[in-house]
Design a protein around this ligand. Structure first.
Ligand code: 13P
Length: 337
């Protein structure tokens, strides 16, 4: 089968398949230092490197995590960090068969000429950064851009998001990293679920158009979509079955079966809601591995249990295993509350 001649093709396809393995999903623990600071503040901790290290160490040293988690997305600091015992965080993950990944975007800034929308920075220097991350042990990457429904979305914002994702994906693949393609359609707004589907169809159509234009190998990418739900401020709520029906409709209309894995973000859903929605999506056969790449929906209880106290590390790790196992069952369509 003819593939693009970059040298990493086989490895990319293998990495993507490993991450999309049955009953497993991704732990997103790539909060930037600023966002990690907000999480630490919520349990009364200061945003110091030592506190970030203690928290990330708790996560990556959870024994048995690899049964449910196939990949962990790290922030750059963690990729180069060791545990307090001097073990590289990356090694703690690979020992458990968890593939280390890296957030490579440089965050959102205002998009000039738009309706108060944003765009995602980080393409400058990305080739050398991804090459360095590969050397450090990363095998996949994440780039998160956002689309706001109440602010438009304007054609300009959608095109910019899709183009940025496609350039990032091509550069990541050239340097051996499987790109996670994440245009997050924010939950904010009072719109109904039909409007979310309409916007998501447009965003994914343009994203796949540019991915193809940039010669990205579809077998070596993973997607991180938002589930199709009503806006957070909409008075109509949707059941997990409705969310599953709309989201699968979107995927079937827009995502080629060559893509191995669909790893949803939780986007502010509660832990149980995110699990129930995923479980509902896995009640019928589909061509992909439909799974999770949750941050908040895996970590909320962990943080509250830990509170920065050494004696709470083990209970917090048990809380992480509980959520990871629930989502693993949901990936298999076998979760019951
Ligand atoms: P949430 O699951 O908390 O939305 O975060 C996932 C993520 O990594 C967003 O990019």
């Amino acid at each position: 089968l003819a593939v693009r001649a970059a040298g990493y093709e086989e490895e990319l396809v293998k990495t993507a398949k490993t991450i999309a393995s049955p009953g497993r999903g991704i732990l997103a623990m790539d909060e930037s230092n600023a966002t990690c600071g907000l999480r630490l503040a919520s349990i009364g901790l200061e945003n110091t490197e030592a506190n970030r290290q203690a928290y990330r160490q708790l996560l990556v040293t959870t024994r048995g995590l690899g049964e449910y988690i196939s990949g962990a997305i790290l922030f750059e600091e963690t990729l180069y960090q060791s545990t307090t015992d001097g073990k590289k965080m990356v090694d703690a993950l690979t020992e458990q068969n968890i593939v280390p990944g890296i957030k490579v975007d440089k965050g959102l800034v205002p998009l000039a000429g738009s309706n108060n929308e944003s765009w995602c920075q980080g393409l400058d220097g990305l080739a050398s950064r991804t090459a360095a991350y590969y050397k450090q042990g990363a095998r996949f990457a994440k780039w998160r851009t956002v689309i706001s429904i109440p602010n438009g979305p304007s054609d300009l914002a959608v095109t910019e998001a899709a183009w940025g994702l496609a350039r990032y994906a091509a550069i990541s693949q050239d340097n051996g990293l499987v790109p996670i393609v994440e245009p997050e359609i924010l939950l904010d707004g009072e719109h109904g679920i039909d409007r979310t589907l309409e916007v998501a169809e447009k965003v994914w159509a343009r994203t796949f158009y540019f991915l193809a234009e940039n010669n990205v190998t579809f077998e070596g990418i993973l997607l991180k979509p938002s589930m199709v739900t009503p806006g957070a401020g909409c008075k109509d709520k949707a059941t997990p079955e409705e969310v599953a029906k709309y989201t699968l409709t979107l995927l079937k209309r827009r995502v080629p079966p060559a893509v191995p894995g669909i790893m949803f973000l939780s986007g502010g859903q509660s832990e149980v809601e995110a699990t129930l929605n995923l479980n509902a999506m896995n009640q019928s056969p589909n061509p992909w591995h439909v799974s999770f790449s949750y941050a908040r929906a895996l970590q909320n209880t962990v943080l509250k249990t830990w509170k920065g106290q050494p004696e709470n590390v083990v209970p917090a790790q048990i809380a992480l295993l509980t959520r990871a196992r629930a989502n693993s069952l949901a990936q298999l369509g076998k979760y019951s509350a």
